[in-house]
Design a protein around this ligand. Structure first.
Ligand code: FAD
Length: 454
């Protein structure tokens, strides 16, 4: 051994972890091991090293599959819910995922594709009975459906939620028995699609006291005037539930308004940076005439609107869970395959920190929403419960998709890598069904006993 070799040996020896060597020597005969290795030719030695790097037991080492349900919350669902979950996942992964970026880019809803899928799985029949009453575990089932849709595409969950949540609840809570009989069969089978028109260009958060769309009785008809902004599905819906204030009494009424009602027009809102695969409409009601028979007969003023919003707010909280779950799973896959400095980026501590942070968000959000929906099914969910989940999941979702975008580097702003879409769509989740500020004020009022609304 020359001086250089001696130096190298000393350097290597200084890196040896004696504890590890001791533990190793308890398992194998180190002398024999060194003897075998030193007898190997160079080619065999190279092969051995490669094998040791890629396998633990001679089998190729597969990276663990991404799983956003880390605490196996699905195990607490019923068999029926798990079956629906699997069916929805398959539909979303196989049919929607391959095409959704194109639709998103074109500002278009793939509605025939979605309707075919939802009709085939009879989606709404798992939530509502034929007479409009709810299945005993409807809220959890709806949550599971929503999470599976949003995990691939939030626009799909919104398309579904506007019809099967906002519009359907309005008819169920505000319609007479005759109106329910006429509207529900088509709505449940999704042959008839509904929309929900509450927000106005000048009034969003303050709509409870500030509704400016008016209605006036004129014989057997009503005359509606005003505008409705952001109305999801409005460009193709068979009807929109329009909320308006009566000129004389100030009472809030709900109306079933169809595209052919005189004085009704809708234009598609363009240029959105979020939920581009949802078609949002700006509706104009210019002396729009609606028969008295299409006024929702059981509406009890603003109280009915508030009941509808409370019932559907949990659904939006679930959208945040699905969106964050999708972003986390895509990020883990990306981190396992994307290499920098000669190794998968998943092997860097700072990347693992991001992934674990995202997973913790998803796990907390999922558990929270599951409990919320169980409270809703038990009839004990209050406004503040739904609002807290909306506040928390929207904020955690925003945090998660930002990390996902960041983890993808430059690819994170390319639509083809999907997390860019999740990143943008989250901005809508943050603002609709009550902005995070408004939902915070609802919870703040409940826990302090003092209203901070102005
Ligand atoms: P604003 O009310 O003008 O709020 C602006 C900012 O001020 C927000 O940050 C808000 O939190 C804050 N703010 C307001 N008041 C207070 C306060 N008192 N204290 C502190 N901060 C406050 N509506 C429908 O009726 N039907 C639909 O189908 C529908 N779909 C939608 C889809 C999308 C993609 C979007 C973006 C919106 C949709 N909306 C729909 C409307 C949505 O519900 C409103 O955007 C939302 O209620 C917020 O109203 P705004 O946009 O007018 O914001």
């Amino acid at each position: 051994m020359d001086f250089n070799q001696m130096g190298k040996l000393m350097q290597l020896a200084s890196k040896i972890d004696i504890d590890k060597i001791t533990r190793l020597s308890e398992k194998v005969d180190l002398g024999e091991l060194i003897g075998l290795v030193s007898a190997m030719d160079e080619a065999t030695l190279l092969k051995m090293t490669k094998m040791l790097k890629t396998s633990t037991n001679g089998q190729p080492k597969e990276p663990p599959a991404p799983n956003g349900d880390f605490y196996d919350l699905s195990a607490t669902l019923t068999d029926g819910q798990r079956q629906l979950q699997a069916q929805t996942r398959q539909f979303m992964e196989e049919k929607v995922r391959p095409v959704i970026n194109d639709y998103w880019q074109r500002d278009e809803t793939p509605r025939e594709l979605l309707l075919d899928g939802f009709r085939e799985m009879n989606a709404i029949s798992h939530i509502f009975n034929e007479d409009g009453t709810r299945k005993p575990d409807a809220a959890v089932t709806e949550g599971i459906l929503t999470v599976e849709m949003a995990r691939v595409d939030v626009s799909t969950a919104t398309f579904f939620g506007v019809h099967a949540g906002l519009a359907l609840w309005s008819v169920v809570m505000g319609g007479s028995e005759a109106q329910k009989k006429a509207l529900l069969p088509g709505m449940l089978s999704m042959e008839t699609i509904g929309a929900f028109g509450l927000t106005e260009p000048g009034v969003g958060s303050g709509v409870a006291g500030g509704l400016t769309t008016t209605c006036r009785r004129d014989g057997d008809e009503w005359v509606l005037n005003g505008q409705k902004k952001w109305i999801g599905n409005a460009t193709f819906a068979d009807f929109v539930v329009i909320w308006a204030r009566e000129e004389e009494s100030g009472h809030v009424h709900g109306f079933i308004v169809r595209g052919d009602n005189p004085g009704y027009s809708v234009e598609k809102i363009m240029g959105k940076i979020a939920l581009r695969a949802v078609e949002n409409g700006l509706i104009t009601l210019a002396d729009c005439r609606v028969p008295e028979a299409d006024r929702l007969q059981e509406v009890k003023g603003w109280r009915t609107v508030a009941d509808v919003l409370r019932a559907t707010r949990a659904g939006v909280a679930w959208q945040g869970v699905g969106c964050a779950m999708g972003a986390y799973e895509r990020s883990l896959t990306y981190a396992q395959t994307r290499k920098q400095f000669g190794r998968p980026i998943a092997g860097f501590q700072l990347i693992q920190d991001k992934l674990v942070h995202m997973l913790a968000n998803v796990t907390a959000m999922y558990a929270m929403c599951l409990r919320l929906s169980r409270m809703q099914d038990a009839g004990i969910m209050l406004d503040e419960h739904a609002s807290l989940a909306k506040v928390y999941t929207a904020a955690r979702c925003r945090d998660t998709v930002a990390l996902a975008r960041d983890l993808h580097g430059g690819n994170g702003i390319l639509l083809e890598h999907e997390v860019a879409r999740y990143f943008c769509d989250t901005e809508a989740i943050y603002s609709y069904e009550g902005t995070n500020e408004i939902n915070t004020l609802v919870v703040g009022r409940a826990i302090t006993g003092i209203s901070a609304f102005v």
